[in-house]
Design a protein. Sequence first.
Lengths: 222, 294
Amino acid sequence: MICVAAGELHDRDVVFVGMGLPSLACNLARATHAPNLQLIYESGTIGTRPTRMPLSIGDPALVTGTLMVSSMIDVFELFLQRGHIDVGFLGAAQIDRFANINTTVVGAYDKPAVRLPGSGGASEIAAHARRVLVVMTLDRRAFPERVDFITSRGDRVSRVITDKCIFERDVLTGELVLAAIYPGVTVDDVRSQVGWDLQVRALRDVPPPDRQMLDALTRIRG
Amino acid sequence: MREAIAAHVHDGDTIAIEGFTHLICFDAAHEIILQKRRDLTLCRLTPDLIADQMIAAGCLRKLVFSWAGNPGAGSLHAFRRAVEKRERPLEIEEYSHFGMVARFAAAAAGLSFWPLRNYSGTDLPRVNPNIREVTCPFTGERVAAVAALRPDVAVIHAQRADAQGNTQMWGIVGVQKEAAFAAQRVIVVVEEIVDESVVRADPNRTVIPGMIVDAVVQEPWGAHPSYVQGFYDRDNDFYVAWESISRDAGRLQAYLDEFVLGVEDRARYLAKHPDLAQRLVAEQRVSAGVNYGY
């Protein structure tokens, strides 16, 4: 999943990086096919090349050797709202048929079954990045027909990369459709984990990652 | 720290303890818990472990925030118990990061609101009536607006300041400048007090001017388990351990009893963590500096 997600990034893309899986995928891309990827973290670091995998979005290793450290108002206004971000890379607790993202609550807002952390910067990343990628594990509870709460809107999501398959957003209907599956995964496997009548478009097979990428991933994870 | 909190933080106050992962003043939060402040409204983009501790200690009436988790390590379980199980009354008012930053920026600029493009198509305005829309008088565009956030007091941790509170900071600077200018009163907590000549030698590094500062406190390691760039690393082991401590209300209380309520000051807190220097002191990565001459 990490290798496939990394493969979605092009050299010289300017990426606004979410924490966890997105950060890992971006640093893998930078270590392999996209050495000139510009990483921007919401904590304000621009052109970041962390020498250890950051545990948190504000890790000191993001600062050491970076091109620029800006205040958060500048990150959100000058970089994001101004339109300088090619790719927003997010994780999610739930995503729905129309790629709306929930990171706020499971259940009702006033009395949630699970209180999640909330938006952070995800809501504005989803509103302003030209292309939004989401990486998350395929799971029935995480792919409902409608999310319990729309934290971040789905209209700029282009792809959702999971551990079993890749979804793409159909530009006409706005729906997430199945675009590719990994070796050993069937369409029915995916359908059983998705809460809506999933459409399949021009299904591709995703080859397993090559040795070089797996080695790089091992190296990055330390 | 005792005098600064006693003088500037009162029951019922709205307080911003800022710092985005970096420079989070745990010592101020602990002193507030120790002095048993009540009915506080805490404003923080990322409430972090200090909010979990202040909720468990009964200090907070309300939390104003944009991301309530344990960064990189899990959940804030005292916060979750309060919201999910209603174990304690806790009002919440939530935004996105941009929304929170914009609220501080408005107050810092002496304005009543700040415009931003976001929130259409999301459920955030539905649950927060303080996220509204305005029409641009020039283009007619509808954009979101959030109200100025004017805390009674802001607590800002930094690397160094002079005795007048001219405060220098480097690394991730978050929203500290805006939070300080937004607040009525400002407490600055630093690793080092330096001579005014040190500040004057590198004025571009000054983030908060002494003229808006009400109290300057020197408290080495005052941000632990958060970090201070160039001084000490984040205690990631502690952040990871917090997941299991805070999951159990009894263990959380035992933690507060031993490490917050059971220590009179930071020196005694540090005495309970004898390995910090060995584990966390920052490596040297010194910048060459620049020529300010003319």
